[in-house]
Design a protein around this ligand. Structure first.
Ligand SMILES: [Zn+2]
Ligand SMILES: [Zn+2]
Length: 413
């Protein structure tokens, strides 16, 4: 037997996934977003430049196809934001802001574990090239109303933090470094390493001992310059005005280098310890893809797998339209196959979901199969029917059957 590749999955029932994607597409249209698609293959350097060589994603988790010339190496995309910025610049898109949605497979060579896949589907939203705080609010509101109104989720929170500008982060870093000196031998080895390479990442540590130390660590929001501070206050005020609930989470920093100013996460305790199902924030990319200037932007990614789990728990409140009613044609012998195919054609022309049993069996076993397939009605074509240009239609729910002229068949469905 040949098995699927470790860390990938076969999705054999996409009803709920299709429902969610349909809802997203409807929702983003009301916010005037465009649906776009970028390639799964990208140049490796796109992510080295945008995410940073030090990040776990780039240093350990990418699927890279090496090339003779290192510059030419390509990879399977680990995330979508860098690709959107590349596409925006490369195609000389003139829209400003550029509001887009995309979804598709992302790839990360992680150790497969519950809820973590090497190939996974992400929904991505970006507003490219706008630095307005009100645009941040509009963006967060769009996500929040998608969860609450379209997916009818109730049990979730929006966590918010503000990373300020480079100068603010520098000042905070110094203070944080000084604070950590006192605990240098108490924090875990990973945190000791992160303290030197990417100090903000220490807050992601899962160790309770580390977290106890970080509880009183200096907060980034206490180091904001006056410009950033007023943006941060304006953001919170505007969110309150348009009724978006949030909690402040000073330790929320997000893993990637390119974030600045607002960062956020939607989380639900229904998901257990790994409770985040959507994360994003403001970032500035552009020079990394060859532009002379950076484009101030805001973006978010949703893991479709996590969202499916939440939607599954909430099925009672969702109007997931399942399969349409099935109409099944039963030719009693090979002689009636041609007639059956013609009749199926006519039903489908009238938008009926139609299937024909062509494998040859007794009427008894055909009816059993019709039951198993959940057919609403069966249309029986035997010798008598063929001779008299009729069809016997049996209602599988009431059990009643009637013989009608073939020409009248559609009318009596
Ligand atoms: Zn600042
Ligand atoms: Zn730690």
């Amino acid at each position: 037997m040949i098995n699927r590749v470790r860390g990938t999955q076969d999705l054999l029932d996409l009803d709920l996934q299709d429902f969610i994607l349909e809802q997203v597409k409807k929702h983003i249209q009301t916010y005037n977003f465009k649906h776009i698609q970028t390639p799964i293959l990208e140049h490796t350097k796109l992510f080295i430049h945008s995410l940073g060589e030090q990040t776990d994603v780039v240093s350990k988790e990418m699927y890279v196809f090496p090339a003779e010339n290192k510059e030419d190496s390509i990879c399977l995309r680990p995330e979508a934001t860098a690709s959107v910025i590349r596409a925006y610049f490369e195609n000389r898109v003139e829209e400003k802001p550029y509001k887009v949605f995309s979804f598709g497979s992302m790839f990360r060579k992680e150790r497969p574990q519950k809820g973590r896949w090497r190939e996974f589907t992400q929904l991505n939203f970006e507003i490219v090239n706008s630095d307005s705080v009100s645009q941040d609010v509009e963006f967060i509101k769009m996500l929040d109303s998608f969860f609450s109104e379209k997916l009818k989720l109730e049990n979730y929170v929006l966590k918010l933090n503000f990373l300020g500008c480079l100068d603010d982060r520098k000042k905070h870093k110094e203070a944080l470094n000084e604070y950590l000196e006192k605990f240098a031998d108490k924090i875990c080895p990973t945190c000791q390493k992160r303290k030197e390479t990417n100090i903000l990442r220490i807050f992601d540590c899962k160790s309770p001992e580390c977290q106890k130390i970080y509880k009183d660590a200096p907060k980034l929001t206490d180091f904001l310059c006056s410009g950033c501070n007023s943006e941060w206050e304006e953001l919170q005020e505007t969110l309150q005005i348009i009724s978006v609930n949030f909690i402040l989470e000073p330790k929320l920093v997000r893993g990637l280098d390119y974030y600045n100013k607002v960062v956020f996460e939607f989380a639900s305790s229904d998901l257990g310890a790994q409770d985040a199902f959507c994360g994003g924030g403001r970032y500035s990319l552009g020079k990394e893809v060859g532009s002379k200037e950076n484009f101030p932007s805001i973006g978010a990614a949703i893991g479709l797998g996590r969202l499916l789990l939440l939607a599954e728990n909430n099925l009672d409140n969702l109007n997931v339209t399942g399969k349409p009613a099935l109409y099944l044609i039963l030719p009693m012998s090979k002689k009636q196959h041609k007639l059956a195919l013609l009749m199926a054609d006519e039903l489908r022309d009238n938008d009926y979901c139609t299937d024909v049993l062509l494998e040859g069996a007794s009427i008894k076993s055909m009816m059993r199969k019709a039951n198993k397939m959940g057919a609403k009605k069966v249309l029986i074509l035997g010798d008598d029917e063929q001779e008299n240009n009729t069809v016997t239609i049996k209602d599988m729910i009431t059990g009643k059957s009637e013989v009608v002229k073939q020409a009248e068949a559609i009318k009596s469905l």
